[in-house]
Design a protein around this ligand. Structure first.
Ligand code: SF4
Length: 658
């Protein structure tokens, strides 16, 4: 029993009936977030306890306290709070976004594959619906049974069961937890990559899934994958995956990095990071964990992830040699690749383009080598004075990638870490090698994307895209930002989103998010949310600028809602409905304000949109008056015409004498 001697409800955010209402409260000097079941809130609202705006805590938003998972029931009058069952059994965020419903496009193919393509349907106030691309998985589906200890439903099993190229194998490290999954691999001499099937002219279920998801023709998807201009990262052992495509002729995608650098807090916490990032729109996630239990943590994430999971395998390989780069060997690295391949990692970042001859060219840089993978390999090369073993073993790596259909994300280990180092010899030297490695991987039918910078001023961004397209034969580009200035620590989600929007417009296929904590510390959940939403803005702005079919429909729908003062529709169509609503209600709380024809920005007398409505109304009335006058005149003319004809239709008539 929690005793809350005095608290003040500040505002109630309206969520769908199936969801919960969030309210602010103040308990002595602390600020707590309490979550009430709808029925409880209704009781409160009908009772004596009204929102107390006089004691409102202004300026702090509820997102910072989301980690309190307990719900409370409240007895009006006694003002006591009692813990109830948590909203989620596994401490992960569940339930749809406000005003949204989970829907599926369903199709059974002739080969027996069951396609169930998710989308988010926003219900508008006139009861019409607006569909949105959705990568949040079953976690936003109230009908889905979620148990992170069992993992998600294996939606790709019906696809993979058809593939004669696949066979079962025994894992090098057994599967932890309670998961029951077969481990698949291509038979000796066979390939099972999406690129392999596309080159044979075969439309796989994954390609058709992507086509339905992006409203494209399946043949188009197949051709883009065949050409190497798009990838569908889909390890045959990631059976829980909802397939998606990365390519410049598709919607621009975003990636969110998760993972810890210290001791894991709990498995649910790690899964929750993935759930949280995809809830806000991350199309893929990269697990960059470097702590202990790295293998088990990754297993839990993949078994519960509806989006592709990427890793940087050199991090785990380094853990195996106690963090001493010079003790790394090809064998340790190879075993790490296979271990992760068997788990179902969908793409690997591999820094094979960092060659020995490039290392001296970084000596005069302001910030040297800023990539973790790049610096590890540079140290190994200098310690042994040998070429990068990732480069010399490239063909061996390609064989592993082809056997599980893992995509390459060829790392940019020499990316610039400051504006001063942008577009220098080391960076472009590595990019050229990335092109060579891309073409070689394609010979193994392995899908490839190339990683890109970094820190680049706006005037130097286009050159990056142009060179990548030319040197890497239009393989998808996957960039970190780029950050367009170095002077804003604490705001680098913004400095980088500017560059991300530009390079996305020029043709980058996926943008790796940057959070406000970049260069400063490990991001928390609020940072992840801000980073993801900021990058959704950059990606969507790029889609608009590229003229992606359908991209503008959402802008137009939201603009209409804004102009017509349909506040709930405006919130629900936005990237972050909860924030939009809370900002509005901060200064104009209460149900009445949700139908007001103004907000606190300009106030009721100066709301330009309301004034425009009034002008239009006046114009319409004037037009009606003018139309009425015109119709009187027309009636008079008609009368005179009739009289003329009745009088014989003669122009001159004689005077009639009495
Ligand atoms: S008051 Fe100003 S900001 Fe608010 S709706 Fe009207 S025009 Fe827009």
């Amino acid at each position: 029993m929690h005793s809350v001697p005095a608290f003040y409800l500040r505002t109630a955010l309206e969520l769908p009936e199936s969801a919960y209402r969030w309210v602010w409260s103040q308990k002595r000097s602390e600020t707590l977030l309490l979550r009430f079941r709808v029925s409880t809130w209704n009781e409160l609202h009908r009772g004596a306890l009204e929102p107390d705006t006089a004691h409102t805590v202004v300026g702090k938003r509820y997102e910072s306290t989301y980690s309190i998972y307990q719900s409370f029931s409240c007895t009006v009058g006694q003002l006591e709070a009692q813990p109830m069952q948590p909203e989620t059994s596994n401490k992960v965020t569940l339930g749809p976004l406000p005003g949204s419903e989970k829907r599926y496009l369903q199709k059974t193919r002739n080969d027996g594959a069951e396609l169930r393509v998710p989308f988010r349907q926003v219900r508008l106030s006139d009861d019409s619906c607006f569909p949105l691309y959705d990568c949040s998985g079953p976690f936003t589906d109230p009908a889905a049974e979620i148990d992170v200890t069992q993992g998600l439903q294996q939606v790709r099993l019906s696809y993979l069961n058809q593939r004669e190229e696949l066979t079962e194998e025994v894992r090098s490290i057994g599967m932890p937890g309670q998961f029951k999954r077969k481990t698949l691999v291509a038979r000796a001499g066979k390939r099972c990559t999406q690129m392999h099937y596309a080159r044979k002219g075969e439309i796989t279920p994954e390609m058709e899934f992507v086509a339905l998801r992006e409203n494209l023709e399946p043949e188009f998807v197949m051709n883009e994958v065949s050409r190497g201009r798009a990838i569908i990262p889909a390890n045959v052992n990631h059976t829980e995956l909802e397939p998606m495509a990365i390519g410049r002729n598709f919607l621009v995608k975003i990636n969110a990095n998760i993972g810890n650098s210290a001791v894991r807090s709990s498995i649910e916490d790690e899964v929750e990071k993935m759930v949280w990032a995809t809830r806000w729109g991350a199309d893929t996630i990269m697990d960059l964990s470097t702590g202990k239990d790295i293998h088990e943590t990754r297993e839990w994430i993949i078994r519960n992830s509806p989006v592709p999971v990427g890793t940087v395998p050199i991090y785990q390989a380094l853990e195996k040699v106690d963090g001493k780069p010079e003790e790394l060997t090809w064998e340790i690295y190879r075993d790490t690749l296979i271990e992760q391949a068997q788990q179902g990692v969908d793409y690997f970042t591999i820094h094979a383009g960092v060659l020995l001859r490039f290392v001296p060219t970084t000596a005069a840089r302001v910030t040297g080598i800023v990539s973790r993978g790049g610096s590890i390999m540079a140290r190994w090369m200098l310690a042994h004075h040998k070429e990068n073993f990732l480069y010399t073993h490239w063909d061996d790596i390609c064989e592993i990638m082809a056997a599980y259909d893992i995509s390459f994300s060829i790392g940019d280990g020499l990316r610039p870490g400051s504006i001063a180092d942008a577009n220098d010899e080391a960076q472009f030297g590595e990019l050229k090698v990335q092109g060579d490695l891309t073409r070689r991987a394609w010979e193994f039918d392995v899908q490839v994307m190339n990683e890109g910078p970094g820190h680049v001023p706006m005037n130097k961004i286009k050159e990056n895209m142009d060179r990548q397209l030319e040197w890497c034969d239009e393989a998808p580009f996957y960039t970190l930002g780029p950050l367009t200035t170095d002077i804003a620590p604490g705001y680098d989600h913004i400095t980088s989103a500017i560059g991300a929007a530009m390079i996305g417009w020029y043709g980058t296929a996926m943008l790796c998010y940057v959070t406000p904590k970049e260069h400063l510390g490990l991001p928390d959940k609020e940072d992840v949310r801000q980073g993801v939403v900021t990058y959704k803005i950059a990606a969507h702005a790029a889609d608009l600028a590229k003229g992606h079919p359908g991209a503008q429909l959402r802008d137009d729908a939201l603009s209409r809602a804004r102009f017509e003062f349909r506040w709930k529709d405006q919130y629900n169509l936005s990237l972050d409905p909860e924030r939009a609503r809370s900002f509005h209600d901060e200064t104009l709380p209460g149900e009445g304000s949700s139908v007001a024809h103004f907000c606190s920005m300009c106030g009721p007398k100066f709301c330009s949109m309301e004034i425009t409505h009034q002008i239009r109304k006046m114009q319409s009335e004037e037009n009606n008056d003018a139309n009425a006058e015109n119709s009187d005149a027309a009636a008079g003319m008609e009368q005179k015409s009739r009289e003329f004809l009745e009088m014989g239709g003669k122009i001159y008539v004689a005077d009639q004498k009495e």
